[in-house]
Ligand binder design. Structure first.
Ligand code: COS
Length: 389
């Protein structure tokens, strides 16, 4: 269900307030402590933000594609980590909404929508993440259950999650057609949390290893049919890539805002440094870069809103590629504008620069995005209707 513009505006007003009053003052501390901000997650739950990904009949107010992206762009201007803490819910919930049985939806979605339980998405493995069809985690049917064994890595929110969307092979010989998806609650025997990674950025967003040692999961927790897991993962990643874009744009805008404010304030050679052409040109390029990134992002959202298609998928990949590269450039330029202060933890730009790097890698590296775009070009048509002569 798409959320109407008035409700969307009202939600965004509350989110802006949360970002300004509660998230921004905590951003540096979350980075320093590397601790998941559970209290802020609770605040987001009380505002109903997790319900944006969940249909009304299961306790949400969605699913709506656009509102969560705008919410997460707004939060990312205050803290990229917290924006990811929240937005990751979408990756974990979409396969449940798209493929869950009535029993699985009733059991998990209302508590996810309220923020009472945290979900995570578990696809990548120690052996790799790019070649998603080559996962080796196994799910073997045994009566009314599946028995899952394997290891997952790079699971955002993995160690703090209460329930995980897990992809596993039900038929190891069948390539992508052998991948199935399951919703797996923590607490089942054999389901353990391994190490959290120590990342350069996005500190406070747990990136976890999950271990499954003969975990028995009811067949009713399978998402979609046997062998439909790969397509569920790909459909989810189309949305996740737009989410990466939203966060990258928010981070770029935050870094840019800091750089402009500093350049107007800081004086060298008798005038504000923004009046030196070298720096003014750099900021002019950054402003244009952000505007171009937002344009492709909006076009990608519009296409996906019209429905799932090869074109929407291509645009999601293009948006992720363009905006994450843009954010990395802009954050690096912002550090440059602040000079020595840019390197200091006293200013947020160094944190933003460390944080945005991840978006060139998460949800499919940018090399994978080029592969997706290239293959779609080879298989389908140009994604620009007006170019058809
Ligand atoms: N939505 C729905 N279905 C899709 C799809 C999409 N966006 N993209 C591909 N598919 C379907 C294809 O149509 C194909 O179906 P058929 O066999 O019925 O024709 C099937 O999925 C397999 O597609 P493909 O042959 O392109 O799969 P590959 O194994 O070659 O993998 C890539 C393609 C590289 C694109 C995929 O593995 C990928 O996105 N990898 C990156 C994963 C990732 O982002 N990991 C990190 C984040 S998760 S922690």
């Amino acid at each position: 269900m798409a959320i109407d513009p008035a409700t969307r505006a009202e939600i965004l007003k509350h989110v802006e307030r949360l970002a300004r009053e509660k998230v921004a003052p905590r951003a540096a501390e979350i980075d320093r402590s590397n601790a998941f901000p559970r209290d802020l997650y609770g605040e987001a739950g009380r505002l109903g933000l997790f319900g944006l990904w969940v249909p009304e009949e299961y306790g949400g107010i969605g699913p709506d594609l656009v509102t969560p992206l705008l919410v997460c762009e707004c939060l990312s201007r205050a803290s990229l980590t917290f924006a990811l803490n929240v937005s990751n819910c979408g990756d974990a919930v979409t396969p449940i909404v798209l493929g869950g049985t009535e029993a699985a939806k009733r059991k998990f979605l209302p508590d996810i929508a309220s923020g009472a339980i945290i979900p995570a998405f578990a696809l990548s493995e120690p052996g790799g993440g790019s070649d998603a069809a080559a996962i080796t985690t196994r799910a073997v049917r045994d009566g009314d259950d599946y028995v899952i064994s394997g290891r997952k890595m790079w699971c955002t929110n993995g160690s703090v999650a209460d329930v995980c969307t897990v992809f596993a092979k039900t038929d190891p010989q069948a390539g992508h057609k052998g991948v199935s998806a399951f919703v797996v609650p923590k607490g089942l025997r054999g389901f353990e949390v391994g190490q959290d990674e120590e990342l350069m950025g996005l500190r406070g967003s747990p990136t976890s290893e999950l271990i499954f040692d003969e975990v028995r999961v009811p067949a009713a927790y399978r998402l979609g049919g046997e062998g439909e897991g790969f397509k569920l993962a790909m459909a989810t990643l189309d949305e996740a890539r737009l989410n990466c874009s939203a966060l990258a744009i928010g981070g770029a805008i935050a870094a840019f805002g800091q750089a402009v404010a500093y350049a107007k304030e800081r004086r060298q050679f008798g005038k504000p440094i923004i009046e030196h052409q070298g720096l003014a040109f750099l900021l002019a390029e950054a402003a244009s870069d952000i505007a171009a990134g937002r344009a492709i992002f909006r076009e990608a959202i519009e296409l996906l809103e019209r429905g799932r298609s090869h074109e929407a998928s291509t645009y999601a990949a293009m948006s992720k590629l363009v905006t994450s590269d843009m954010a990395m450039r802009v954050a690096t330029q912002a550090v440059q504008v602040l000079g020595g202060n840019g390197l200091s933890r006293k200013y947020p730009v160094e944190r933003i620069m460390r944080d945005v790097k991840a978006f060139q890698i998460f949800d499919g590296t940018n090399e994978i995005q080029k592969m997706v775009i290239g293959r779609n070009l080879a298989k389908w048509d140009l994604p620009f209707d007006e170019f058809k002569l």
